[in-house]
Design a protein around this ligand. Structure first.
Ligand SMILES: [Mg+2]
Ligand SMILES: [Zn+2]
Length: 183
């Protein structure tokens, strides 16, 4: 980013349980097992149209555990981008912590993935949002200075408060339209 460019606000998205249907306790290990959540493409397209950069921040420890290769994770994300592109949108940046717990500095709820995205894309974190389904997502936003958070309810009991809570991703675009009414 050059000094003349205005920083963009971003919408940060957790992946499993938000962008795609949750694989439960395990991992999505094959591209064919990656299924977009109903309504996510519309919500992403809405965010992009409203001027936000779209950034994926995901924990994929299955790589560190040897359950899938980095190449497979890349293929899963290529499929995700292709599926979104069919609906006219895509992520601007993808950040994944693939490391075993305790072996890196980027694991959620640490803010490092968000800071890397900020530096790569020239983001204004103070006007940014995060959508997640787990306490560690919401806490990562707080740790990074991202002030606005939306939680998608999951089987995880919420302990870290988010600004907005939705029963499912299908409700997200409606919430965005209420939060940012177009003049
Ligand atoms: Mg999740
Ligand atoms: Zn990491």
């Amino acid at each position: 980013m050059t000094a003349t460019e205005t920083p963009h606000p971003a919408f940060f998205f957790d992946r499993d349980g938000v962008v795609n249907v949750s694989p439960g306790a395990g991992y999505v290990l094959r591209p064919e097992d990656f299924h977009l959540s109903p309504g996510i493409a519309g919500a992403l397209a809405w965010c992009k149209k409203a001027g936000f950069k779209l950034i994926l921040v995901t924990s994929q420890q299955g790589v560190g555990k040897g359950l899938m290769s980095q190449e497979t994770l890349d293929a899963i994300h290529a499929r995700m981008q292709a599926m979104l592109a069919e609906q006219g949108t895509a992520f601007d940046g993808i950040y994944a912590c693939t490391h075993l717990s305790g072996t890196c500095t980027c694991r959620k709820p640490g803010p490092e993935m968000i800071f890397r995205a900020r530096d790569d894309h020239g983001l204004d974190l103070g006007r940014s949002w995060l959508v997640g389904d787990h306490d560690r997502d919401i806490q990562m936003a707080k740790n990074a200075g991202v002030p606005h958070t939306i939680r998608i309810l999951s089987h995880h009991e919420p302990r870290v408060a988010a600004d907005h809570t939705l029963a499912s991703v299908a409700e997200l675009e409606d919430l965005l339209q209420r939060l940012f009414p177009r003049s």
